[in-house]
Design a protein around this ligand. Sequence first.
Ligand code: HEM
Length: 225
Amino acid sequence: MSNPCLLSSSIGKKFLMSITGLFFVLFLAFHATMNAVHIFSPEDYNAICKFLGANWYALVGTAVIALGFIIHIAYATILTIQNRKARGTDRYDSEVRPASVEWASKNMFALGVIVFLGLGLHLYMFWSKMQLAEIMGTVDAIGAPADGSAFIMYWFSKPWVVVVYMVWLVAIWFHLTHGFWSAFQTMGWNNKTWMSRLRCLSDIIATIICVAFAAVVIAAFCMSL
Ligand code: HEM
């Protein structure tokens, strides 16, 4: 019998994954726009970093993002395990899947793992040396906590970091292209005309976000040459 509780029913978990996922799309759009400022003016970028810093509003934002990540990742893991148990060995039989099920949707969990590992590295490279350092009162050898430009120039002058970020951004692109329209479908917006529009919109949004991030990385690498 289905469980009507939002937290324990399968549809309830999917709903919370959709809400948190859409929230991340908004966060990524903001984060990519903010980072893109660095391409045009490193000084203005540092002014934004200083404004955010470890102020209360930035800390509240970080706490909300962290909570959203925990919900999204925990439910993704639970739902994937439940689905695999329910499907048994069928998950290896691609012939039983409709042809319309695209690659990204079949590999959402694997893509999510790459996104998660990349995020761990990213938080170490930036957040731990900026917001966390400001909270702890420490200063990293690369630069002061609000000197975001110093961290960007330091990390993206290294070719291996550029390659890792490009792989990470490709995984994020695939994850977003499927995740965005799928979230609307979960919330009941599955009218045929709108689904094809939403799929198209997903590709556009994912591409704009990932190209903006990639542009920051490549511009910094080129500036460092
Ligand atoms: C590739 C270009 C990117 C650059 C230059 C960049 C830069 C930064 C910087 C400077 C911070 C530290 C901000 C601070 O602590 O004051 C940060 C934090 C963060 N970044 Fe990125 N980022 C990039 C891509 C991404 C992507 C693709 C994601 C997500 C998939 C992401 C997720 C985060 C998160 C969750 C935080 C912590 C936010 C917070 O503390 O509130 N970033 N990033």
